[in-house]
Design a protein. Structure first.
Length: 277
């Protein structure tokens, strides 16, 4: 594998430090997104952020605002979304996870809690993310685990999908891979790794990049699914990158198959590579 370097270009500002008398806490959050309208607070349904803020407010007796590293969509899952909050609570940072988990629903868990490094910001200090998309590739959909996979009843060629996925790697303008409604200032992103593997009845896409556009991973997954089933020709990803034409790509894959595996910070290269063969 080619070498790569994860490096944040964020310059800490006064907003990246807690108010006087408070400390900044870092959380690693795992959640099943099935019942939620996404990470971010919404007026039309429950969100992970709102649920977490309400639990933290009860725990600390303060009005807590939580900042997340990413905004996952409705139905998308996370194993390692990073977040931070500021509080005057005297609870030891490493014990916050245990206390908070007693107040959260079972589909949200705090995997880790710690004192945040000086100047840390969950979103702006991040320099990469690992996402995974899982297809269940059998004629009949499974009963157990169905909420974490997208069903494809037609046989998929995972090796062919993996070859096509390599066109994603590098620094490119991914304008064609952004869903309508994207408000990104730039559509240029760098993808360090892309891999498709068959694991029994599952076909699994894993991608590592410095950032992703709105619905970008789901558009990649839907395109590779069509390549793997023979519905779309090889070379479509390179063509879409070159032309910026969304019509060169496939459908947006369902939210249920997508999971944010890890948010990466300075020095996390080895941890990132642990998700790839």
């Amino acid at each position: 594998m080619a070498e790569f370097k994860l490096q944040s270009h964020h310059i800490p500002s006064p907003a990246d430090h807690p108010p006087e008398g408070q400390r900044r806490f870092k959380l690693v959050v795992e959640y099943d997104g099935t019942a939620y309208s996404g990470w971010q607070r919404q007026i039309n349904g429950p969100s992970v952020q709102q649920t977490l803020e309400e639990a933290l407010s009860r725990l600390t007796g303060e009005r807590i605002a939580v900042t997340g590293s990413s905004r996952t969509d409705a139905g998308v899952h996370a194993f390692g979304l990073c977040a931070h909050f500021d509080s005057a609570t005297r609870i030891p940072p490493d014990k916050v996870s245990f206390a908070l988990n007693t107040m959260l629903p079972p589909d949200i868990r705090i995997r880790e809690s710690a004192a945040a490094p000086d100047g840390f910001h969950a979103r702006f200090s991040a320099c990469g993310k690992v996402y995974r998309y899982t297809f269940y590739n059998q004629r009949q959909m499974c009963a157990i685990g169905r909420q974490y996979k997208a069903h494809v009843p037609v046989l998929m060629d995972a090796e062919k999908m993996d070859v096509e996925a390599q066109s994603l790697c590098g620094k490119h303008d991914f304008a064609a891979f952004a869903a309508s409604g994207s408000v990104a200032k730039s559509t240029v992103r760098t993808l360090h790794r892309a891999q498709v593997r068959r694991c029994g009845d599952d076909v699994v896409l894993t991608v590592l990049g410095d950032g992703f556009l709105y619905n970008m991973v789901r558009i990649i997954a839907g395109t590779l699914m069509e390549v793997g089933t023979g519905k779309r020709e090889m070379g479509c990803i390179a063509k879409a990158i070159e032309t910026g034409d969304r019509l060169a790509l496939g459908q947006t894959a369902p939210a249920c198959g997508l999971a944010l595996m890890r948010v990466l910070y300075d020095g996390d290269e080895e941890k990132a590579l642990g998700y790839f063969e």
